[in-house]
Design a protein around this ligand. Sequence first.
Ligand code: CP
Ligand code: NVA
Length: 333
Amino acid sequence: MDLGRQMQGRSLLQITDLTDGELFYLLDLAAMLKQEKKAGASRQRLAHKNLALIFEKMSTRTRCACAVAASDEGGHTEFLTTQDIHLGKKESVADTARVLGRMFDGILFRGYKQETVVALAQHAGVPVWNGLTDAHHPTQAMADLMTVREHFGRLRGIRLVYVGDGRNNVATSLMLACAKAGMHFVNATPASLVPDAKLVRWCEDRAQLNGGSLKVEHDPAVAVQDANVVYTDVWVSMGEEQQQSERLELLRPYQVNAALMEKTGHTEDGQLIFLHCLPAFHDHNTEVTRDLGALEVTDDVFEGAFSRVFDQAENKMHSMKALFVASAGGAAV
Ligand code: CP
Ligand code: NVA
């Protein structure tokens, strides 16, 4: 079966739901759809398709990426928060899934528990996509790899160093995606935030098969040596706010700043970029950082020559579009 046909009707709950080939298929499709949009030649591959977007947590990029991606291709999205629907309160996840599945052609879920998105997929009868849970953020990893490939022209052999909370949703999905793409992934994180050992073993094996590698390293200065991509995320993820003060103390030595970027040895040769899934605490302009200063990244890096964070944010839309078109667009690709 060709990959386009194979993707039809498929859910994406975590990166391992995709074969390595399917991940590359989606990245190729995203690049093609991006070119098409820039040329003003988008088609109507989601015409008459209705997509439900369920959000328990806040979002700027993921929500807007879904809305624009669907609209570009003639589809419609319905944004539903837990203030709007009965989910989990008056109605079970299974019943909600069965109702929405009778009306919509796909469901994106952003929220807390991975079990919720799994249950939606079990009962909906239409594709369900994970737009972030506590455990995984697979659509972010797709945008990340798309951005890396745009810059370097390839993924295999690229060294990506993730610096920060090594076991959060973004780190987990990125680690899985890098292993599938044959990249060298280094997770620079304190001992108390290392990713699950089983997950690390899986990624090591898969990376090795694909010509890549995986390493967990506690010293950020050692970790970033020879990095092509330095990546960070917030130190306190949504839902973990009560751990803020201990996290800040723990992760201060992992701040991405100009001195750390220098340690890569690649600041002169065009072989280095900086990525962040956003939102980022990079200066004093948010409510949270007004009194704290920059947290996970300093302004000189965030606003500096290596930063590709807004390409990455844009690519959320193109890669989300690829996912919608491939799994809900019928044979329209
Ligand atoms: N990166 C990301 O998922 O951003 P939002 O929280 O704004 O959706
Ligand atoms: N790890 C972050 C990612 C936000 C896009 C969080 O879950 O809040």
